[in-house]
Write a protein that binds this ligand. Sequence first.
Ligand code: FAD
Length: 458
Amino acid sequence: MRKYDIAIIGGGIGGLMAAYRLKRRIPEAKIVITERGNTLEKRNCPAGKNRTCVHCKHCSITSGFAGAGAFSDGKFNLGTAYGGTLGEELGEDNANYYISEVDEILNEYCTSGIPKVYFSNEELKLKCLQNNLRLLDMNVKHLGTDNNFITMQNLIKRISEDGTELLPFYDCENITESGEEGYILHYANGEKITSDKIIIATGRGGANFVSDFCRSFGVHMRSNYVDIGVRVEMKDIIWKEFSDQIYEPKILYKTKTFEDRCRMFCFNKGGLVSAENNHGIITANGHSYAEPEKKTENCNFAILSSIRFTEPFNQPTEYVESISRLANMIGRGNVLVQRFGDLIRGRRTNDHRLGQNTVIPTLRATAGDISLVLPHRILTNIIETIYALDKVAPGTANDDTLLYGCESKYYSIRPEFKNDKFELVDGVYIIGDGSGICRGLSQSGAMGIYVADRIADI
Ligand SMILES: Cc1cc2nc3c(=O)[nH]c(=O)nc-3n(C[C@H](O)[C@H](O)[C@H](O)COP(=O)(O)OP(=O)(O)OC[C@H]3O[C@@H](n4cnc5c(N)ncnc54)[C@H](O)[C@@H]3O)c2cc1C
């Protein structure tokens, strides 16, 4: 059995940043990153050709080296206002220090041009406030899908040259203790490795792995909230005032009927709506390319309604998965798409009406009726949010606006840490989206460097 000092499970930005820092702090350490997906270069989503999901075992969009961020728009948050709660965990100054460390590393490996930084804007903030909307405020660096990919490629090459072993198609099924040897990691391909220390960096896709680990090692899990809703697509020009100035509007709205929190985020200017396969459940997402020739006429963003369940219910992830599964059932294995005008008139969208729509869909989804899928409360929240957003970006509530269902984000597993090193049990640490703390590239990377520093300090 191969033996390592530190095994990192998951090759997303969290795991990569941890490996990068560890090699700088303890060069002699024997480190491995095991990843359930493919190498970055060989990650390939077959949906690219015909724009429809073919249900791969491990989704190439979210799994593989460079993680869920590999084909992302590469929007890098230069602060803690959103994208996770690392500021609360580490203190704002400390969290910002680690985010700036990630930024510096990415700058070093971003060889394909200088990314543009968008600054927060007081006028737009006021306009939103006057309409009961809260524009979240932070400077954002935009790499774009292509630059982001090249940056990650360069970073991974460097990590490999540093001597960290990178093992694709190593899907960790479980971890057991082995006395003097530390821990044994058991893989789906029949391999086993031992390691003194482990960093779990399995992202959102590793939610079940983390909960299984917590159950078998007696780590208490707190209930976190889940977000469910739709991906919204319309003509790019409708949000141009915002996107030209701040690139990515992230807006919170407290809905009138239920006083729930709804948020607009993950904005993609000139972007494409994409399908994501989460263990056989197909959900919507979006991205955009930096290169002008790859831009579309559309923009897209998510509108999600947040739910925090209270006792006795404790399966929020399953709840969200059930709703998404229902959309797939009606959509015959695909996400649904509906015109906003059809939703408001209480009728399904069909291929004929979709064919006449002025907004041309960028994802081939099944024309249908999302009101047959989303619970009343969530649908009401989404409709109210669209009308509220229409006040600051008129045209958002047009009949031809497209809603893709469902999109979901769940952060329901929030393990209790032993200490401020994010240690779950002796020698096992957790970082990134899978920790329930992060929701973006910068905080996940920052948490990776933070934990690497704590391990190196021992
Ligand atoms: C389409 C899309 C666009 C996005 N755009 C942005 C953006 O522009 N800006 C932003 O800040 N954030 C964006 N995000 C979110 C961002 O990508 C994530 O927050 C970030 O990647 C989390 O990093 P991570 O390292 O914690 O996890 P991940 O990047 O999810 O990496 C975890 C890795 O672990 C692997 N894994 C899981 N379980 C196992 C296991 N049991 N064994 C072995 N390997 C395992 C997975 O295959 C995956 O590669 C986007 C996400 C998506 C899906």
